[in-house]
Design a protein around this ligand. Structure first.
Ligand SMILES: [Zn+2]
Length: 290
């Protein structure tokens, strides 16, 4: 992932996008993208949000519900429970060979829920959902679904399928995906008298003062709010907070459905196939004209 190879295909020979991984853990990924432009990183962002598929409950058959919540509300809540996703085994129902309305074991996963309160109030959590395939299960077991009063029962069958965020937000594989310009903060040492006003005003603690000198401590945290520039008593200001053209910080937070690097890889693959599709359509149009 770290490097230039993945992106080479989209940008032609003349333009190579350089990618560096700044931060990565189970849920989060932060990349430094160089030599790209806004349409490119924005297209990537939009594909991550609306085109990379993930699993979510799409249909619920309620067998018994004596709780105070209506079937529809419970179904809606179940739909929003993030599920771990296996993109290598499952296919989108519209692309599945079964062509069946009810789906098959390659495009649908059944989850069961049977909860009852024998006495007192009981909260039913996402952990009560049992899946026919353990690799497709709620990301967290602690998502509340409904509260049951004494002798109330909830029994249902839920069907999960792959889908895309452009059809419903429950299929978004990310809880956040955004980019910003790479900040560039410059302090004019000749004009700066190290009063420290810019250091104090910065909510993100980007600046630091040491040995009567203001220095940049953590440039990546800068949101370009310009508070530091406005706080500077010098005229004109001794500090400028701008950005580097064509360099971006791209961040995404997975809902837990897929590892963040897999989301990024899928997005790049989708962008590649969309561009190829566009190219072939242009060729068709051209040959029609000839
Ligand atoms: Zn199928």
């Amino acid at each position: 992932m770290n490097g230039t190879a993945v992106i080479r295909a989209h940008c032609g020979v003349s333009k190579l996008v350089k990618i560096e991984v700044l931060e990565k853990d189970e849920r989060n990924l932060r990349l430094l993208i160089r030599d790209a432009d806004v349409p490119y990183v924005n297209a990537l962002r939009r594909i991550v949000i609306s085109e990379v598929p993930s699993m979510a409950i799409d249909e619920v058959v309620v067998l018994e519900n004596s709780s105070v919540l209506q079937d529809e509300i419970i179904s809606h809540r179940l739909g929003l429970v993030p599920l771990t996703t296996d993109l290598d085994t499952y296919t989108l129902p519209e692309e599945c060979e079964c062509k069946s309305e009810f789906g098959c074991n390659l495009c649908r996963v059944t989850l069961m829920l049977d909860a009852e309160s024998k006495e007192g109030v009981k909260t039913v959590y996402s952990g009560s959902l049992t899946s026919e395939n353990p690799s497709i299960a709620p990301v967290s077991e602690r998502i509340p679904i409904v509260k049951l009063g004494k002798e109330q029962r909830l029994r249902l069958e839920a069907y999960a399928r792959l889908g895309k965020g452009r059809n419903h937000a429950k299929w978004q594989p990310v809880s956040m995906c955004a980019y910003k310009y790479y900040p560039k903060i410059e302090i004019n040492a000749k004009k700066c008298d190290a009063c420290g006003k810019c250091v104090d005003v910065c909510a993100k603690k980007v600046l630091t003062k040491s040995e009567n000198k203001v220095q940049v401590k953590d440039v990546l945290e800068c949101t370009l709010c310009q508070d530091c520039v406005e706080a500077c008593p010098q005229q004109p200001q001794a500090i400028t907070a701008g950005w580097e053209q064509n360099t971006f910080i791209f961040s995404l937070e997975s809902s837990g459905a897929l590892p963040p690097e897999r989301i990024m890889e899928e997005a790049v693959k989708i962008m590649d196939s969309q561009l190829k599709e566009l190219e072939s359509q242009i060729k068709v149009k051209k040959s029609e004209e000839d």
